[in-house]
Design a protein around this ligand. Sequence first.
Ligand code: MN
Length: 316
Amino acid sequence: MSHVVLNVSQSIMNEMKENYNQFKQDKHPPGSLFAAKVPGCTITAYNSGKVLFQGKSAEEESGKWGKSSVSSKPKAKPSIKEPTKYSPPADIGKLSIVGSDEVGTGDYFGPITVVAAFVAKEQIPLLKELGVRDSKNLKDPQIIAIARDLVKTVPYSLLTLPNEKYNQLQRKGYSQGKMKALLHNKAIQHVMQKVDGQEVDGILIDQFAKPDVYFGYLSREKSVVRENVFFETKAEGIHLAVAAASIIARYAFVQHMDNLSEAAGFPIPKGAGKQVDIAAAQIINSKGLQALEKFAKVHFANTDKAKVLAQKAKRP
Ligand code: MN
């Protein structure tokens, strides 16, 4: 069977994901982003940017995306990310798992919310029934409806990092990664306490940093959950515990955004784009620059853009 390995950029990877979405396979190997099957070819994409094409149309299929860096060289084995002790087991989707995820890290306005949630294997069918799935495919009203059921159904811990606190930590030199690691570890601890006595097969963290980096961030913590901790990107698609955590975190984030909108007197936008600059300028002009401290992550580039806009708006 022939195979071709491509090394692709993030943007090509995103294109591939979209392109093969309808051919995606439910199961994909540890360390991989997705696997898809088209006639004559299986495609496996890895977090490292490597994409493996296997099958009789491997050459043809990979040709759509670029030139191989490997297949023409004499027998270089495709270097695929080896599973580590942090890679989730293949059957993780059927186990009883604490999942954790966060929301709000890329949004200028609003807090970071982190949730860890426990889903026992017996609960998986019920959660499916409640509509729990990858929250990236859900709109806010659906998130809210599902989250309201979820919080009554699964043990969870929700931690919110208010913007004022975030800005303080950021000035002290904390990276977002470190803040996230501290919050994930704490939320996981809380849930482990809540479910004490129940069988927990493992902990799955939606990966935002390499495992060694994650534990490095926690090196000064008194208590760190290390045992049976697995990391995977896009973990929402791997276990419903992460999907549930993500939905509850998003629900909390949406509520905070509503509160901020009320305090501002106009709807506060998500993200970090142009609309955000405009909204921030409005806050500067109505409440003063200092007010941003409790609305936003002020070290984002949006603050400087908003200052310029605010000045412009003041001019006659
Ligand atoms: Mn995540």
